[in-house]
Design a protein around this ligand. Structure first.
Ligand SMILES: [Zn+2]
Length: 68
């Protein structure tokens, strides 16, 4: 459990809310990491699909500031 998990544990009124919050946070984090990974692969996606737009926008983000 990271610092976000510890803060959730300390602030939530019940263990079930802590668990739901932790699982939701983790799923969003894993989704983000998976989409980021796909953006950096050589996979090509159907034009106009969600993944195609995510990859195009992410690659544009890297080109705007190549130092980051
Ligand atoms: Zn990236």
């Amino acid at each position: 459990m990271g610092s976000a998990g510890l803060i959730t544990y300390l602030l939530s009124p019940s263990p079930s809310i802590t668990l739901v919050t932790f699982v939701t946070y983790s799923l969003f984090g894993l989704s983000y990491e998976f989409l980021h990974f796909l953006s950096h692969t050589r996979c090509s996606f159907k034009p106009e699909s969600f993944l195609h737009r995510v990859k195009a926008n992410h690659m544009r983000h890297h080109r705007v500031d190549s130092e980051r």
